[in-house]
Ligand binder design. Structure first.
Ligand code: 5AD
Ligand code: SF4
Length: 441
């Protein structure tokens, strides 16, 4: 039996791609092993969103320089971005393939087995999506489900359109069949995935758009929670908020990355919306009957970002009152338009702004979370944290909640656990990033 080991870097899209790559390899007669030592084939599914992520990948690949007994493959975004250059920088690598070529993995494996040590899958010229026979997910209760691959936007800082190729939607029939199958197999939460889920458009005759697809998935019997990520503000329509408002199965949390609070910076980022247009979308969510939590991504120190631009981002955080943000220093990426822009900021200035943004947001989150004290939230249990002796889970709003349970203080010796169950928890304490409480029993 041929054995492979796979390690995944980066986003949820990559995590789910790896799940699909695993089924593909198993279909070709390989078996997965948990350590590099046991493997004949070592695969890295890589991320290149920022320079730091890419450097981490190279460091890992270099670890294997002297392991002549292993075949090393690089998949994902670094593979697509660097292409054959990887063979020069890491001559012990034999396979380089981007996500738009995963359908060709079986052929590539045949070449590897035939002794070819320079096998590539780098074409972005595809209309296909990567669909595999039904696959078990890494988590027994929560499943990722791809609805759209690639990205056809052209944000000036972003490498993704070049690493994942153009936008391709799956048919709604195939998405719905997979979703039903997941529920039959006991999954109760599904996260719909895409670089830009709200650009979804069914390529078959039904022409379902994202809001319509959401409504259909939300009606599947037995499904408890549906999440989706990521949304792009440009294509984010009110029907999406209406769908969430009408069906409690659709989680009341929306991740809508703004990147900057300055219209001038947004223009130069080629984000295709203004600050006011973004704020209109926020109003839709704030005016919903359900209480929708909102999260975002922020880039600080984009080329030419003035102190005034930066201030506008801080003011936007005040206005929106996000429940959480992911914030990043602008990082130069190969072949992106922003590389050519004037006025790149120093690393020190970017770090200074990052610290300010993070502290500013922290001060917003402390009172927001404190307002939950005394309220009861339904939590889906992810597991037990031995260190804090608490169960841990997430609310529909995607808040992390740690809690005690009087009847079941922890997992029992015979394997009984609360993992995967849905419980009401009364919130008694809060911090900037999480809530804590007691199960209502
Ligand atoms: N530099 C810094 N952050 C970036 N992101 C994407 N590209 C870059 C870059 N070049 C951030 C954006 C995006 C998130 C996934 O990563 O905020 O929403
Ligand atoms: Fe990283 Fe983006 Fe590729 Fe995901 S799509 S792995 S975030 S570069």
């Amino acid at each position: 039996m041929k054995k492979f080991y796979i390690e995944t870097f980066g986003c949820q899209m990559n995590a789910h791609d790896s799940e699909k790559v695993i089924v593909t390899l198993v279909g070709e007669g390989y078996s997965q092993v948990p350590t590099v030592d046991e493997a004949d084939l070592v695969l890295y599914n890589t991320c290149s969103i920022r320079d730091k992520a890419e450097q981490k990948v190279y460091a890992r690949i270099q670890d294997f320089k002297r392991r002549k007994d292993k075949i090393v493959g690089v998949l994902g975004c670094v593979a697509q971005q660097e292409g054959e250059k990887i063979f020069e920088r890491a001559p012990h690598v034999s396979l380089v393939a981007g996500s738009a070529s995963y359908n060709l993995l079986p052929q590539m494996l045949v070449q590897i087995e035939a002794g070819n040590r320079r096998v590539t899958g780098l074409s972005l010229d595809t209309e296909d999506t990567f669909e595999v026979p039904y696959t078990k997910r890494d988590n027994p209760h929560k499943a990722f489900l791809t609805i759209i691959e690639g990205c056809s936007k052209s944000c000036a800082y972003c490498v993704v359109p070049m690493t994942r190729g153009p936008e391709r939607s799956r048919t709604s029939a195939s998405v719905l069949t997979e979703a039903r199958q997941l529920v039959e197999d006991g999954y109760s939460e599904i996260t719909l995935l895409g670089q830009n889920v709200n650009s979804y458009l069914d390529p078959s005759e039904t022409r379902l758009d994202f809001a319509m697809l959401l409504r259909r998935i939300g009606k599947i019997d037995g499904l408890k929670r549906v999440r989706f990520t990521t949304s792009h503000p440009r294509d984010f329509v009110k029907e999406i908020v209406d769908a969430v408002d009408e069906n409690p199965v659709l989680c009341n949390h929306i991740h809508l990355p703004v990147q900057s609070g300055s219209t001038d910076v947004l223009n130069r980022m080629q984000r295709l919306y203004t600050r006011d247009e973004y704020m209109r979308r926020i109003e839709w969510m704030k005016n919903a009957r359900r209480e929708i939590t909102i999260t975002s991504d922020i880039i600080v120190g984009f080329p030419g970002e003035t102190e005034e631009d930066f201030e506008q981002t801080l003011r936007l955080l005040d206005e929106v009152q996000y429940d959480a943000i992911f914030s990043f220093k602008y990082s130069q990426r190969p072949n992106t338009p922003a590389l050519q822009y004037a006025d790149h900021l120093s690393e020190e200035e970017k770090s200074r702004r990052l610290t300010i943004v993070q502290e500013h947001q922290r001060q917003i989150q402390i009172p927001r979370n404190a307002a939950y004290i005394g309220r009861v939230q339904e939590v889906m249990v992810d597991g037990y944290n031995k260190a804090t002796q608490q169960w841990l889970g997430k609310s529909s709003q995607h808040k992390t909640i740690g809690f005690s349970h009087s009847a079941m203080p922890g997992p029992t010796a015979d394997g009984a656990t609360l993992e995967g169950s849905y419980l009401d928890v009364r919130v008694t304490r809060s911090g900037p990033n999480s809530l804590a409480g007691e199960a209502v029993v």
